[in-house]
Design a protein around this ligand. Structure first.
Ligand SMILES: [Zn+2]
Length: 279
């Protein structure tokens, strides 16, 4: 089965990973701007990173017939520096016209600080002014519930935010309803240490259904598995979920979310935007 990994940081992964993902049926990925394995000291460092995401990574992926898309922002981990964050946000508009950019992301909270919240809202303001899709990082472990609530409150507090154009990522059992019940899309991250396992992700699907939900590997600098989405496919099949339900979660849902992007160009071989129930 072909699948999409809608959240993976390929700049931290090797070309061999692309090859293995292609063998496993990966048709497309999206790469949110995130940490580079170290804190960058200047806005120029982010300018180069945005060029890497929008110009070089799509070419590396294309060698394996994987379509590569990206999201731009300064991530919450580096957003404690508000003045640097503002310089980086000012760089984003020039890249929004790049054909593979889907929107603003992954913005959110890390330690739920005041500065992170300020930078989150300034990104939201840019997304509202440019009518871009938004991808949201929710914090991990003990900070997750509080951080997700803060994020949902900020989203609901901005009347310009259209929930169907926002995906709240890294949801777990205790936060998935906060995202779905407020009209957002959501992403489950399959990660070997923190976040969800494929079995827990399957439990969540059995709890909330298959509308507006997707799964990703969030492969990054930490111990993570770029083949985590195929593992979820196996787990769903093992439990007897119909192929159509599996395909909806791992392929049609991310594709239908992306299809709303301003730069979107339809794939010649893509299925029709049939899973309208997810909108
Ligand atoms: Zn990420």
């Amino acid at each position: 089965m072909n699948y999409i990994d809608p959240h993976i940081h390929m700049v931290s992964r090797t070309t061999d990973d692309y090859q293995r993902m292609a063998y496993a049926g990966c048709a497309a990925i999206s790469e949110p701007a995130f940490w580079a394995g170290f804190d960058r000291g200047t806005a120029a460092g982010f300018h180069d990173y945005f060029r890497q995401l929008t110009q070089y990574e799509p070419k590396r992926a294309a060698q394996f017939h994987i379509r590569h898309y990206s999201w731009l922002c300064i991530n919450a981990k580096e957003a404690e520096n508000v003045s640097l964050s503002r310089e980086v946000i000012a760089l984003i508009p020039e890249f929004l016209k790049e054909p593979t950019v889907l929107g603003i992301g992954e913005i959110g909270l890390n330690k739920n600080t005041r500065n992170e919240a300020t930078v989150f809202q300034e990104h939201l303001d840019l997304a509202a002014k440019t009518d871009e899709l938004v991808l949201i990082h929710t914090p991990h472990l003990e900070d997750k519930l509080k951080g997700t609530r803060m994020i949902v409150d900020m989203l609901k507090g901005d009347s310009r935010v259209k929930p169907h154009r926002v995906c709240v990522d890294h949801v777990e059992e205790h936060t998935v309803r906060l995202a779905l019940d407020n009209g957002f899309w959501c992403g489950m991250t399959l990660y070997p240490t923190t976040k969800c396992t494929p079995a827990r992700a399957c439990d969540i699907i059995e709890m909330v259904g298959t509308d507006r939900i997707m799964a990703n590997s969030a492969g990054d600098w930490g111990k993570s598995d770029p083949l985590a989405v195929p593992e979820l496919i196996q787990e769903m099949r093992r439990r007897g979920h119909p192929e159509a339900a599996v395909r909806k979660v791992v392929y049609e849902n991310p594709l239908n979310f992306w299809r709303q992007a301003n730069n979107w160009v339809e794939w010649a071989d893509a299925p029709a935007a049939g899973a309208k129930a997810g909108y």
